[in-house]
Ligand binder design. Structure first.
Ligand SMILES: Cc1cc2nc3c(=O)[nH]c(=O)nc-3n(C[C@H](O)[C@H](O)[C@H](O)COP(=O)(O)OP(=O)(O)OC[C@H]3O[C@@H](n4cnc5c(N)ncnc54)[C@H](O)[C@@H]3O)c2cc1C
Length: 407
């Protein structure tokens, strides 16, 4: 009897510890962890030349600080557009669809912090992501989740979405517009040589650029792929952390239907990563029925093995038919968009979750090299926010360090 009690006691302790550690992780992203002010509110006196590699949210944010500080800088972007993992589609529905980042995972006040606005009044119209109808699917069984579970989820993680806008629009309007004239497109950087006083940067097109300091904002997937050759090579400790950070492959799909036969969200059981169908039009003022599908992790390989976009779409319709008893194929309009982030040459994956990674590893990752080479992006986020907020804050944080560090 005593043995039983001890066992129960330990089980309870373990449960409490795991619950607590979970909430600490989520709480790390809460509003009170946000910085009171960022580099946008400071003045600097730096006279060197800076090159930013990558025009995603992080690189654009860093550039915004350099622009307002009148520093000589240039952004080298591999593709022919800015935004990186922020992208929108305006062709499938009568509202813009985020085909990269979509949810504001943090408290809405983060939107003020990111654009340097003081006060609590938010300019953006948001949809609280408080779901009423959700379900789970394990490949065989479809289970409707109880209301209390939906409420508990929202209380624990109160997310939101933009109402008539997107993450892309937010960054475009508040950050990119002031710096886009400094972007050199179609300039994939293949080499960063910091062995001499000046840093020499080479692109795939054979162009050379010189700078006093360089800020690398490419995804961890690009660093993992060794597409960029560092001279001298990165130290072993940093290389090991880059290898170990989780960065899942994955893709996103939006499918159009003539009827809404699905709930707000269907969570599909997977070994790792995420898989789910969700109502993209949730909370929007529209009659268009758009169902989203997001898949990351090992499950992605199942779809990649099909080797064609059309076959992936067919497989999804088939899967939906299995869940919703033939409703998908009879109401599918044949219109879709698909964005395969895991196969993008200059992304190589979906997102990292700094809050889940080891803190000491993150600080190794964060270290600049010889006050010449700096790193920013979602994974370098010192405030352990998630996704876009993390990427932007890391841009501000790192450029602050770069402008202060003596050469
Ligand atoms: C499908 C999907 C859904 C997501 N959902 C959310 C969400 O709901 N909420 C959220 O907050 N976040 C979400 N995220 C994550 C979010 O999009 C990213 O965290 C954020 O956009 C990363 O910004 P970044 O500037 O760090 O990197 P990136 O956006 O990857 O920017 C890096 C830039 O560098 C360029 N580049 C790469 N290699 C080179 C090179 N060699 N030379 C020059 N340029 C180069 C790239 O083209 C890119 O423009 C999602 C991401 C994906 C893919």
């Amino acid at each position: 009897m005593k043995k039983n009690r001890t066992a129960i006691f330990f089980v309870i302790v373990l449960l409490v510890i795991s619950l607590l550690s979970c909430s600490i992780k989520w709480a790390a992203r809460a509003a009170d962890k946000l910085p009171k002010e960022t580099a946008l509110h400071k003045t600097y006196n730096y006279e060197g030349r800076v090159i930013i590699i990558g025009a995603g949210a992080s690189g654009l944010a860093a550039a915004k600080v350099l622009e307002q500080t009148n520093v000589d800088y240039l952004i080298l972007e591999a593709t022919n557009r800015y935004g990186g993992r922020l992208k929108k589609d305006t062709t499938l529905a009568d509202f813009p669809i985020d085909i990269g980042a979509e949810w504001v995972h943090s408290a809405p006040i983060v939107l003020n912090v990111l654009k340097g606005k003081k006060g609590k009044q938010i300019d953006e119209e948001l949809i609280p992501y408080k779901l009423e109808n959700t379900a789970s699917w394990d490949g065989e069984k479809y289970k409707i989740n109880p209301k209390w579970e939906n409420n508990a989820m929202y209380n624990f993680l109160p997310e939101s979405k933009f109402k008539n806008s997107t993450w892309y629009d937010y960054v475009d309007k508040n950050i990119a517009q002031t710096v886009k004239h400094k972007i050199k497109y179609n300039s994939p950087v293949t080499e960063i040589n910091y062995s001499a006083d000046k840093v020499i940067i080479k692109t795939e097109n054979g162009e050379n650029y010189e700078a006093d300091k360089v800020l690398v904002t490419v995804s961890i997937g690009i660093l993992k792929s060794n597409y960029i050759n560092f001279i001298p090579v990165l130290n072993l400790e940093k290389k090991k952390v880059i290898e170990e950070i989780t960065f899942h492959k994955g893709f996103k799909v939006a499918l159009k239907f003539s009827e809404k036969f699905y709930p707000d969200f269907v969570n599909c059981k997977v070994k790792n990563g995420e898989k789910g169908f969700y109502d993209i039009a949730f909370g929007k003022e529209t009659n268009t029925n758009i169902l989203g599908f997001l898949c990351t992790g090992d499950e992605t390989n199942k779809y990649y093995a099909l080797n064609s976009e059309q076959k992936i779409i067919d497989a999804l319709i088939e899967e939906l038919d299995k869940i919703f008893k033939g409703k998908a194929s009879t109401t599918y309009t044949g219109e879709y968009i698909i964005e395969n982030w895991g196969k993008h040459k200059y992304t190589q994956g979906t997102w990292t979750q700094a809050f889940q990674e080891n803190k000491s590893q993150l600080s190794v990752l964060n270290q600049s090299i010889e006050n010449k080479v700096y790193f920013a992006g979602e994974i370098y986020d010192p405030y352990r926010q998630m996704g876009v907020p993390g990427a932007i804050l890391s841009g501000y944080y790192t450029v602050d360090k770069l402008l202060i560090d003596a050469k």
